[in-house]
Structure formats: C-alpha cells, structure tokens
Design a protein around this ligand. Structure first.
Ligand code: PMT
Length: 218
C-alpha cells in the first residue's frame, strides 16, 4: 500500500474572511468565500493529514473529518491560530484577513442623523507576521492576493513574514481569486523558486499546492 503524502502530519489551515464590526449591525469585510481554504482542508485530509481549520464566517460545509474552529474578527483568528500552531507541522494561511478595523466599536446601533459619519480605521494585527517570528520547525505557507506586480509583492511577503512558500493569485483575473470555483496560483519558494500552476478547480489547485508543500517537510 502506498503511503499518503501527508500521512500523520498535522496541518493548520485558515480560511474565509474576517469581519470587523463598527456597531452591532454593521461591519467591514472582503469578498472571500472560504472556497480555497476549505478545498485545502479537504485535500489535506485526503492526503492523510490531521487537519484543523480556523475559519471566518462562510456558508460552506466543513469537510468531514476536519476539526473546525469558527471565528469572526481578526483578533479572534489571531488568538485561535496562536493557540493551535505549536504542535503543527504545516500552517497554511489562506484567510483573507481584514487589514483595518474601526478604531471605535459602538455598543449600540449608531442612529442615522443629518451629518455624514466619518469612521477612523486602525491596523489589525498581522497574524502571519507574528507566526513568522515564532516559528520553529513548522512549514509556513502564506497566500498573496494581488491585482498588480504579483511577483514583486509576493516575494516581499515571503521575506517580511518569514515564509517557506507563498501562493500568489492575481485577483483581478477572470476565474482567479475571490469567490470563483477555480484558481491560478503561482508558487514562490524561499530559495528563489517559482512555479506557475495552471487555471484549475480550487480542489485541484489545493492538491497541487499540498504536493509542493509536502516536499518542504523533512
Ligand atoms: O476564499 P475564496 O473566495 O476561495 O478566495 C480565495 C482567496 C483569494 C481569499 C485566497 O486565494 C487568498 O489569496 N487568500 C489570502 C488573501 C489575503 O488576505 O492576502 P494578503 O495578500 O492581503 O495577505 C497575505 C497573507 O498574510 C495571507 O496569507 C493572509 O492570510 C496573511 N495575513 C494578512 C493580514 C493579516 N492581518 N494577517 C495575516 O495573517
């Protein structure tokens, strides 16, 4: 019997968007559906891994056999990742994390009046960057959602966040990135390698990505 590529490996995956509330009925978010991250969780399970999925709000069904932790805000996703990451072999950060949040979060619904409403935004914590500073033996994989200068920005993220691999997607391309059923990933390795994957289903893209990642394990 052939041994599965991720046999007995512990894999942590983040997926979906995060949400930043400004009052109890209004929030900031982005277009992530969670499809890419859930596809990675499903493929990792199929390849023999023990999978934990930390997910922002999505309408997707969790793949069977996968442990799930649901979060809403960036801070909650940060705390969940920090709690789980220690005994993981591989961490893949596919979530589209909100980079900014309202500086003030109101306890009650803001009433409409005649004035405009100016909302001040402050930076959220960068989860992947905190992980990059803490990692020991883990293989750390990030995503890069770009609309231009894909290679330059992706390589910058690889370096800044101390990643082993970054999966870049051009989210301005048809059939690629947010919400679509397909994706076209370009993988950049910390050793300078570049691998362009074809436009395929997110399930297939997940499988191809995990095959590359499995080669980084020692
Ligand atoms: O969910 P789908 O609809 O299937 O869409 C898939 C996807 C487009 C969301 C996915 O393929 C993708 O690109 N995910 C990462 C989106 C993103 O936030 O990229 P970024 O370039 O802004 O962030 C770079 C990396 O840093 C990401 O791995 C992100 O998880 C991480 N990050 C970002 C901000 C932050 N505060 N903390 C982080 O850890």
């Amino acid at each position: 019997e052939e041994k599965l590529l991720l046999h007995n490996k512990k894999v942590l995956i983040t997926a979906g968007p995060t949400r930043e509330l400004v009052d109890p009925v209004r929030y900031f978010t982005n277009f992530s559906s969670g499809k890419m991250g859930y596809a990675i969780a499903k493929a990792a399970k199929k390849m023999g891994a023990e999978v934990t999925l930390i997910t922002g709000p999505t309408s997707l069904e969790v793949p069977s056999g996968v442990t799930v932790k649901r979060v809403v805000s960036t801070q909650e996703m940060h705390d969940a990742v920090m709690e789980e990451f220690h005994n993981q072999d591989i961490v893949i950060k596919c979530a589209a994390v909100a980079d900014y949040k309202p500086a003030v979060r109101y306890e009650s619904k803001m009433k409409k009046n005649k004035q405009d409403w100016h909302i001040e935004m402050e930076k959220t914590v960068d989860i992947l960057e905190s992980l990059g500073q803490k990692k020991e033996h883990q293989v750390l994989v990030g995503f890069a959602a770009e609309t231009n200068n894909l290679e330059e920005y992706a390589r910058r993220k690889l370096e800044k966040k101390n990643l082993d691999l970054v999966a870049a997607n051009d989210v301005s391309k048809e059939g690629s990135g947010f919400g679509s059923e397909t994706n076209e990933l370009v993988l950049f390795g910390k050793d300078g390698t570049k691998k362009v994957l074809p436009l395929v289903s997110k399930d297939k893209a997940a499988e191809m990505l995990l095959t590359e990642v499995s080669e980084l394990l020692d």
